[in-house]
Design a protein around this ligand. Structure first.
Ligand code: G6P
Ligand code: MG
Length: 217
């Protein structure tokens, strides 16, 4: 039986995947990489520096910048991203997610955050939901990003639970793969997450009962 839930943040709890996309789009324009929906999708769940590398590579620019210049580009993106984050309010929590958090809390489930974003504590603060989480996996301490299972395995450790009692919630292919490889139950939001154990087209469709119903089938 499930005893704990590990939440991705961007694209699951709030529509901040859109903010990351906006800020990366600006960066892509600056370095001269064409911005496409495929490129945008491939960045979801991917760390800041890895995302930058993917954007440079997509335009054939991977050798055009020194390491210092790459750090400066990533910092510029992050400054732009933070400006967008600072506009967030509790009204920006995606449909269904506040209810799910309340339901999980009322039923004594463990709840932790498994986001690759170093801005996650700030986003939770603006959404005013920090207190729901008994822990946040620190992405700075990870050796490998999603789709590696490390972040979701660390989430289970934070809750002191074996993998088979943990579910992860994700909007990105890399995240679903990470959950699956950690041996946990994957819950996917969106249209193209074939490998998820439990699937919802929209966050608004989720509830504890709806999750259990799909797991029993
Ligand atoms: C999440 C998002 C990515 C983002 C990454 C790092 O995984 O889905 O789009 O690049 O976090 O975020 P950060 O806020 O640390 O740059
Ligand atoms: Mg995400």
């Amino acid at each position: 039986d499930l005893k704990g839930f590990a939440f991705d943040l961007d694209g699951v709890i709030a529509d901040t995947a859109r903010f990351h996309g906006q800020a990366w789009h600006q960066l892509a324009d600056k370095v001269g990489t064409e911005w496409t929906p495929e490129l945008a999708d491939s960045l979801k769940g991917v760390s800041r520096m890895d995302s930058l590398e993917l954007i440079l590579k997509a335009g054939g620019h991977e050798n055009d910048y020194s390491q210092d210049e790459k750090v400066a580009l990533a910092t510029e993106k992050n400054d732009n991203y933070i400006k967008l984050v600072e506009t967030l309010t509790p009204a920006d929590i995606l449909p269904g997610m506040k209810n799910l958090l309340d339901e999980l809390k009322a039923n004594n489930y463990h709840i932790v955050l498994a986001s690759a974003s170093k801005n996650a504590p700030k986003v939770l603060k603006y959404l005013q939901i920090t207190d729901y989480f008994e822990g946040i996996v620190d992405p700075a301490k990870l050796t490998h990003g999603k789709p590696d299972p490390e972040i979701y395995s660390e989430a289970a450790k934070l809750m002191n639970l074996p993998a088979n009692q943990v579910a992860g919630l994700e909007d990105a292919q890399a995240g679903i793969e990470s959950i699956n490889r950690a041996g946990e139950t994957s819950i996917g939001f969106g249209s193209s997450l074939q490998d998820a154990d439990v699937k919802f087209a929209h966050t608004g469709d989720v509830s504890l009962a709806a999750i259990k119903e799909q797991m029993d089938n």
